[in-house]
Design a protein around this ligand. Structure first.
Ligand code: PMV
Length: 345
């Protein structure tokens, strides 16, 4: 038996991916950009065992057996095994050939709420693909395979600041993740996750995107005219470590993503009243200082991701604690994570 264990961190998009032009290959209608969290923060840990005693491939997610026949899981397994077969004439030939004939048991655990709009599928599929690659000794471009598990997963293959270039080809060979800057590029940058609700989201990203692509004129406009410019501006602000510009672009892009959700028919609501109160709090705080000291971003759920710089963390966390005392807000609580962008191990 051979067993491999790896971890992969969550990534948080500051330019959002929303909408596919090809559902099977998971090709997006716009490029996107994210920050990968540090390895020891929000992460998935996956162990994969290959043994001649196993009679079928199986998977367990957070301790419960999952459906291994799921088409996206199968795409990842098939692609990695295909690459492993291709490179069998290397030194590792014997072991890899043997293991390729074995079935695998996959065990994956998240240390944060799954499917609550905290990018669990991104860390999950990045980890699955990375661990399978280690098991079969596959090297090289893994983001193309992770993308076929969950679009945003391709960005978790790299640490630091990562763009997913949408590409132009029909076969998706140029729809890949690329590191824009490494995890050590902006040491003062901090990310706080304000967990508003750990409940599963009501509309999953797959079906939400589908309806948005079919019905939202705003989404089409966003993909064609807004995001291309915004990607350039965002990359420049990251390279210059310009928080004023980084923070504003991040908030505007989150707001536009949620506006396209509202423009979808029937509309999709991911933000709740507490999310809206967090948005107001951030704007009031920034207005007080006359500069962008804190920025928010929300994915497909009500939980807030706050970006700020190290000197602002303590004061802002205090403010959030005072504005949202745990006893008055049911399931609202604060999870303060002073995180640095991190690398996949
Ligand atoms: O990769 P998916 O299907 O989980 O979609 C992710 C969509 C957002 O999280 C809302 C945005 C993003 O770019 O991560």
């Amino acid at each position: 038996m051979k067993v491999v264990t790896c971890t992969a961190p969550v990534n948080i998009a500051v330019i959002k991916y929303w909408g596919k032009r090809n559902e099977d290959l998971i090709l997006p209608i716009n490029s996107s950009l994210s920050v990968t969290l540090h390895q020891d923060q929000l992460k998935t840990t996956t162990s994969i065992a290959a043994s001649r005693d196993f009679t079928e491939d199986r998977i367990w997610l957070n301790g419960k057996e999952g459906d291994i026949s799921h088409s996206r899981l199968q795409s990842c397994l098939r692609e990695i095994r295909r690459l492993a077969r291709k490179r069998r004439n290397s030194a590792a030939e014997d072991t890899v050939s043997r293991i390729l004939n074995y079935k695998v048991h996959i065990c994956s655990v998240n240390n944060f709420p799954t499917a609550a709009g905290l990018a669990s599928s991104a860390a999950g599929y990045a980890c699955l693909v990375y661990t399978l690659a280690k098991l079969y000794g596959v090297e090289g471009e893994l983001s193309e395979i992770a993308r076929q598990g969950s679009g945003s997963a391709c960005r978790s293959i790299y640490g630091g600041f990562v763009q997913w270039v949408m590409g132009e080809r029909e076969d998706g060979k140029d729809s890949l993740a690329q590191q824009v800057e490494t995890e050590s590029h902006w040491p003062e940058l901090r990310i706080l996750i304000l967990v508003v609700s750990a409940e599963k989201k009501h509309v999953g990203s797959t079906s939400g995107m589908q309806t948005s692509v079919e019905t939202s004129p705003l989404l089409k406009l966003r993909a064609e005219t807004v995001v291309p410019e915004r990607m350039k501006d965002m990359i420049e602000s990251i390279k210059k470590r310009d928080f004023e510009s980084f923070g504003q672009l991040t908030m505007k892009d989150s707001n536009q993503f949620h506006a396209t959700c509202l423009d979808t028919y029937p509309p999709i609501f991911y933000l709740n009243q507490i999310s809206q109160r967090i948005i107001s709090l951030v704007h009031r705080y920034n207005d007080h200082y006359g500069q962008t000291k804190v920025a928010y971003s929300f994915d497909a759920g009500p939980n807030a991701v706050i970006f700020t710089l190290e000197p602002t963390v303590d004061e802002f966390v205090e403010l959030v604690k005072r504005s949202f005392p745990p006893e008055s807000n049911g399931d609202t609580f604060l999870k303060g994570l002073p995180v640095k962008p991190g690398l996949l191990s």
